[in-house]
Each structure stands twice: as C-alpha cells, then as structure tokens.
Design a protein around this ligand. Structure first.
Ligand code: AMP
Ligand code: MG
Length: 306
C-alpha cells in the first residue's frame, strides 16, 4: 500500500493474530493494488474484464453503491484521470485540456457491468480502468478487526498510513486516543479523538500532491472536471463502525465540499460522524462526536437539520 503500517493486538493469541493480519494486508495488496503488475485489478484494467474475488467484488459493490449515493463524488472509474496527472507513476504533469476531457468521459462508472453474484465484471468502453485507492485501506483495516475477533482478541489497533481502526478499548478499559493530523504540520495535530470499536479515516489534499508554477495539485479528483477537487476543505476525517464506508466517505466528502458534506451527514448521521477542516482553518465537528473529540482550536458543532 506504499505506506507505513502498525498492527497491535493484546491477548493470548496476539502474536498469531498480528502475523495473520500482516499476511492479510499483503494478500489484499496483491489482489487490489493497481500498481502491482499482475494483481487482479491490474489485469481487469488491462483486459477490460475479469472474475472478481470475494474481496474485489465486495469493494466493487461498495464503490458502486457509494458512487450512486454520493452523486458521483466517489468514482471508482477515476483511474484514467489519475494516470493522466501522473499520480500512478509519480511522474507528475498537468494534463492537456482535451486529453483530460477524454479521460473524464472514460471515467464513467455507469459503464462498469458488474454481476454481484458471480463477480463477473466488464467495462463497456475500451480503456476504462478502476481504482480502489479511495476505499481499500478502510476495507483492509476492517478485515483485520475480523482476524482479531477470530483469534479471541478483545483489544487491538491497526494504523495504515495514519488511518486507524480499533477493536474494543485499551486493556485498562479506557478508550483508544487517536490524534488527527494537522495538514499544515506533520508533527502536530488538530485534536484527539477517544474511540472504541471504530475506524477513523482521513482524506487530505496534503497527503499526495505536486507543485508546478507555484500551484499545488493534489490526488483527490473532482470526477466532473478531472481536476483536483478544490472544494474549500483541507481535510476530512470520518468516524464509523464500518472501515470501508469510512474510507469511501472520507474521499467523497472531501470532493463534495462543506455544504454538501454537511447535508450528506445530516441524511446519514446514523452511519458516521465527521471532522472537517476548511482551507480557512475553520474546524467543524458533527454532533455525534462532540464529547469524544478534544481540540485546542475553536470548533463549530454541526447539528442535524430537520
Ligand atoms: P483517500 O486518501 O482515501 O481520499 O483516497 C485517495 C485516492 O483515491 C487517490 O489516490 C485515488 O487513487 C483515488 N481517488 C481520487 N479521487 C477519487 C474520487 N473522486 N473517487 C474515488 N476515488 C478517488
Ligand atoms: Mg478514502
């Protein structure tokens, strides 16, 4: 996954659980990573069709559901656009306008033919490609929670590049404390969240970007334009029981921007909470986590609308 990860488990089978977790991370990476040449997803992208494994089929299903629910803000077919910007090779460049427009047309998730039962997947347009980069970390961490449970672990935590999911509480019964990174400074944080049995996943423009002619171009794309989303948000953190959903939504709400994100939360407040930091450094927290989030910054509470 091109990032650092740590797995911590407490209990009799902790070593075994941690080892299984590590193997599972590598297994999922080998299946899902677009950057590994013979991964299932790389083969799907090359051939335009494939039989998906259970893991890949689950992510396809969730991605397409999110694509619908978020009005296309989350788009698993965005990969041709990612390639054009060089985010897939780290050979960054600003794309030619006409070519980018073609790539945006190619990123049409309605043209993914997917049979949920068999996993059979086919692209209806030549050259289409999918990318689970916006959702796979969260699925991976939630799979590790299952491995923990199967091994009788009652207290554990995994961090995949700063995206965290926890099982239970700390061994002394107190909640896990997760720091939310300050986008402007690697060494400080915007606040601390206390959680049990939750995933905490952040998307930010600061995570991957390049600068050309003084302008910054980051890796979260507005699927309508093909350009990095300039939605007024600097980072979005999602807190949810469901790691896969948390990851998909962190990317989605970042693309939506504050007003749409707020409405989306209001309609789905039973499924997640969010911490939003705007480009102007204003901090917003949804009402479900106001008691568990502590920050030195001024924060505004987002309440549910009727
Ligand atoms: P995250 O860090 O979870 O926000 O994921 C960012 C990654 O998701 C990018 O590096 C791309 O691989 C992919 N991505 C970028 N834009 C989108 C989008 N609008 N919908 C879905 N995935 C995206
Ligand atoms: Mg995400």
């Amino acid at each position: 996954m091109d990032t650092y990860m740590t797995v911590t488990a407490y209990g009799e089978n902790a070593d075994k659980a941690a080892e299984q977790a590590e193997n599972r991370i590598h297994e999922l990476d080998a299946e899902l990573s677009t950057g590994i040449e013979d991964s299932l997803i790389a083969v799907l992208n090359k051939k335009g069709s494939a039989e998906l494994t259970k893991d890949a089929a689950y992510l396809m299903k969730c991605s397409l559901e999110l694509w619908k629910k978020t009005d296309g803000a989350f788009n698993p077919a965005i990969y041709p656009v990612m390639e054009e910007w060089g985010f897939t090779t780290k050979e960054y460049k600003i794309p030619d306008n006409d070519i980018l427009r073609q790539k945006v047309q190619l990123s049409d998730a309605s043209k993914i033919k997917f049979d949920e039962n068999s996993g059979r997947t086919e692209f209806e347009i030549d050259g289409m490609k999918v990318d689970f980069g916006g959702i796979a970390k969260g699925y991976t961490s939630s799979e590790i929670m299952h491995i923990f449970e199967e091994n009788g672990i009652t207290s554990g935590i995994v961090s995949l590049g700063g995206n965290v999911q926890v099982l239970g509480s700390k061994t002394d019964g107190s909640p896990w404390r997760v720091a939310i990174q300050n986008p402007n400074d690697d060494d400080s944080y915007i606040g601390i969240l206390e959680i049990k049995d939750k995933a905490v996943i952040t998307s930010g423009s600061y995570e991957r970007y390049f600068i050309e002619d003084g302008k910054t171009y980051h890796h979260i794309i507005n699927p309508d334009t093909g350009y990095p989303a300039e939605s007024g948000l600097k980072s979005v953190t999602i807190v949810s029981d469901d790691g896969t959903l948390a990851d998909g939504l962190s990317t989605s709400l970042f693309v939506m921007g504050f007003d749409k994100a707020k409405l989306f939360w209001s309609d789905n407040s039973d499924k997640f909470d969010a911490i939003l930091l705007t480009d102007e450094e204003k901090l917003y927290v949804t009402e479900g986590i106001t008691d568990s989030f502590d920050s030195d910054m001024d924060m505004t509470i987002i309440e549910k609308e009727d």
